[in-house]
Write a protein that binds this ligand. Structure first.
Ligand code: NAG
Ligand code: NAG
Ligand code: NAG
Ligand code: NAG
Ligand code: NAG
Length: 469
């Protein structure tokens, strides 16, 4: 009896600490950081928890930024926990860790190798690989259903989005989860109340699940990394320092405008411009995402003759930033006037199309400039290029780190015209084979997933691409 009272009291105390920390973090750091801090300490690596036969139970509560909470109960799996104080110990530990994190000055502190750089998040997914975290037996097909790769797609948190909307009417779709090889989970739902992955009916610790997102940041719509278990990640915002090669897949943002009629224009003298960009820029501190388009070196690319690089600041996020800090809007008005002088379409008559990272390293311009037969010039850091297990990007695009934008023009001007032609041709072949429309993008995404099987699932071998490597 007394023991239970002690437990109840410590539970209540722990809950109060959690609430206090919630308020502290929400007030001083904003909701995303709160979500990260809370979840990282609560949902530790799924497998190590499972091994110790006990898991902190995630309980959904309303009005929470991350949708999850710990309420001091434990859930035992196979065996009974003998130490009656286990639950309190777990909760006390979680609380202790939260307090420690809350006390550290910067909860989004970057790893030591990336101080001051963007896109180096300290987010760590469980170390997974196909042999450790995937059940190949689900994919070998059965006589009844033939050799096809079968995919089950959930409608929660979101139904399929962008080029995945066709997946349910595709040859790969199955409504019968028991025969599915892969399970697609679409995370792009604009709601703060996201279900815990564990509540998905066929979750099975994420085995054979693929979490799909086009969000600018994992924190926006992804579940806390520690809750994803065995699932792999297929996202447009994919970073080399986080990406699990052979397991995760980088996917492109689809093009919004395609200008295939320009593909026949040869590079070099056959095209009006050398390098162009027309698009939005973002305002903020130099270390913020997307701010490279506002950097002096970026603006300096424009010469109004063969290089046109024009930007607009007109965007709700920028307007809000300028209300708080008007100095951020420096050059916005003059840049807007220049921006208005050119149309996107005329600027696609260019040998190179600039593809600068925006709010995420992935950019709609990539596919758009390729549609027009221009050679993409990527400016991005720590970025896994889309479908990089299928596409030999080095034969097409040219890439610069954001710290070396001053090298862009000298480099482009020094490329011999024969190489320009080779690159242009190869880019167009990549576009046609992998990127040209929604059906092609969906097929590429599924090919990228099945390429991970190597020979282990002979019946689901990926299609040999139509272009030589
Ligand atoms: C804790 O979670 C369990 C399981 O969901 C629930 O039954 C219980 O009422 C919760 N307790 C509190 C104090 O929220
Ligand atoms: C709680 O933390 C202590 C010290 O860090 C550790 O020895 C103990 O195993 C932890 N208990 C649980 C249940 O995680
Ligand atoms: C793998 O899937 C097969 C077929 O569904 C099932 O029989 C087996 O138990 C699974 N293995 C694991 C480790 O989940
Ligand atoms: C799903 O597939 C299994 C295995 O082939 C079969 O036994 C079951 O009847 C199917 N369920 C439905 C709803 O079709
Ligand atoms: C593209 O630019 C070239 C070189 O200036 C010009 O000859 C050609 O007419 C332009 N084509 C289109 C479709 O704008």
């Amino acid at each position: 009896m007394g023991n239970r009272l002690v437990k109840t009291l410590s539970c209540v105390a722990a809950l109060f600490s959690l609430i206090a920390i919630t308020c502290y973090i929400a007030l001083f750091n904003g909701p995303f950081q709160y979500a990260y801090v809370f979840s990282s300490s609560t949902f530790q690596d799924l497998r190590s928890r499972t091994n110790s036969q006990t898991q902190l139970q995630g309980v959904q509560q309303a009005n929470r930024d991350d949708g999850y909470s710990c309420n001091c109960t434990t859930q035992t799996s196979q065996t009974v926990v003998q130490d009656g104080d286990q639950s309190n110990q777990d909760c006390a530990n979680a609380t202790q860790q939260l307090l420690q994190k809350a006390a550290s000055p910067d909860k989004r502190k970057q790893p030591w190798y990336a101080e001051g750089r963007t896109w180096h998040y300290p987010v760590l997914f469980p170390r997974c690989s196909m042999d450790a975290c995937f059940n190949f037996s689900r994919c070998t097909g059965d006589p009844e259903h033939g050799s096809k790769l079968l995919i089950y797609s959930y409608d929660t948190p979101s139904p399929p989005v962008k080029y995945f909307t066709g997946v349910k009417s595709s040859q790969w779709n199955t409504e019968n989860a028991s025969i599915a090889c892969l399970f697609f989970v679409f995370l792009d739902l604009n709601s703060p109340h996201r279900p815990h992955p564990r509540t998905l009916p066929h979750w099975n610790d994420g085995m054979n699940h693929v979490l799909i997102s086009f969000a600018d940041m994992w924190k926006q719509r992804g579940p806390p990394p520690e809750t994803i278990g065995f699932a792999s990640v297929m996202a447009s915002d994919m970073h080399e320092t986080i990406y699990r090669a052979g397991f995760d897949i980088s996917i492109p943002l689809p093009g919004k405008v395609h200008m295939r009629e320009l593909q026949g224009l040869p590079p070099g003298d056959g095209r009006r411009y050398l390098l162009t960009f027309r698009g939005l820029r973002y305002l903020g501190r130099p270390s913020d995402e997307g701010v490279l388009r506002s950097a002096a070196e970026f603006r300096a690319l424009h010469n109004g003759v063969d290089v046109v690089v024009v930007t607009s600041c007109r965007h709700a996020t920028n307007d809000a930033a300028r209300r708080d800090a008007p100095e951020l809007g420096v050059h916005c008005e003059e840049d807007q006037a220049l921006y208005a002088k050119y149309t996107f379409r005329e600027l696609m008559n260019t040998t190179f199309g600039l593809v600068p990272a925006g709010r995420q390293p992935s950019c709609y311009r990539m596919i758009e400039v390729m549609s027009a037969g221009a050679i993409p010039v990527l400016v991005a850091d720590n970025y896994v290029k889309p479908f990089d297990t299928l596409i030999h990007w080095h034969r097409c695009l040219i890439q610069f780190p954001s710290s070396h934008m001053h090298l862009i023009l000298p480099t482009l001007r020094s490329i011999p015209s024969s190489e320009l032609l080779d690159r242009q041709r190869y880019c167009i072949r990549i576009y046609n084979s992998f990127l040209k429309d929604d059906a092609t993008l969906l097929r590429s995404a599924i090919n990228a997933l099945t390429a991970r099987f190597l020979g282990a699932v002979p019946l689901a071998l990926p299609m040999i691409s139509t272009i030589d490597k």
